[in-house]
Design a protein around this ligand. Sequence first.
Ligand code: SAM
Length: 248
Amino acid sequence: MNAYPKSEKYDTAELRSMMMGPNPIKLLEELMEDIVLPAGSRVCDLGSGRGLTSLFLAKEYGFQVTAADLWSEPADNQAFFRRMGAGDLITAVKADATAPAFEPDEFDAVISVDSYHYFGRDPEFLDRCVMPFVRPGGLVVFAVPGLSAGCHETIPEPLLRSWTPEQLDYIQGIEYWRDILSASRTAEVRTLRIMRSNKEVWDDWLKLDNEYAVGDRKAIEAGALRWMYFLAAVVRKLSQEGNAEGSR
Ligand SMILES: C[S@@+](CC[C@H](N)C(=O)[O-])C[C@H]1O[C@@H](n2cnc3c(N)ncnc32)[C@H](O)[C@@H]1O
């Protein structure tokens, strides 16, 4: 059985060349299994990169997407969305997730693939920088890489073939994320789980010959996936009364 039926049509040379890490489209397809969100929902793709995940959210689910990213150029991303026939559904913006400038309750959901670990590790981040822009009952949904317990104390040698200890600090385990997310005063954790996507999304990424993929190959080929996984998180914004009533 094909675990990624929707992702298949995105397997083109052009779209593959735009990946910035382990296949984000497959990660997103699996992540979307955890939520129900109607077409037309207003979604922020936070840390959208070059827009592959935004395109997938707009085309496959009919969402109205804000593609928010720091390192990429919004004009390039908008041209890409237009070329792909999704210019009306997606708006590309330059945004620093730690200093966002969205409207209160603007989004039904904030979705983030392989990005949240860059900006979301401060326990205050969710309440301060994300939840004000999510409507009560709305969702924050993300997939990030994870690392087995104990790996930061004694780093397995294969990991050091591609990454420094400082880079590995960005990759934390499921218990770390449980602590961070449960510290929220405005949201409740709905799902926190290890994803089945791992080797196949890395394989897709490592086939590319850009310098980042080539750099990552050394660790993965030396067996790093013994300690690495992706985790999926879904949190729901509480209403002012402190519950998630009123959500769909
Ligand atoms: C590995 S890429 C993932 C991109 C995309 N989600 C994907 O999976 O193809 C990480 C992205 O996080 C974004 N990022 C890092 N720090 C950020 C911040 N403070 N605010 C917004 N985006 C940020 C970068 O611009 C980069 O595009």
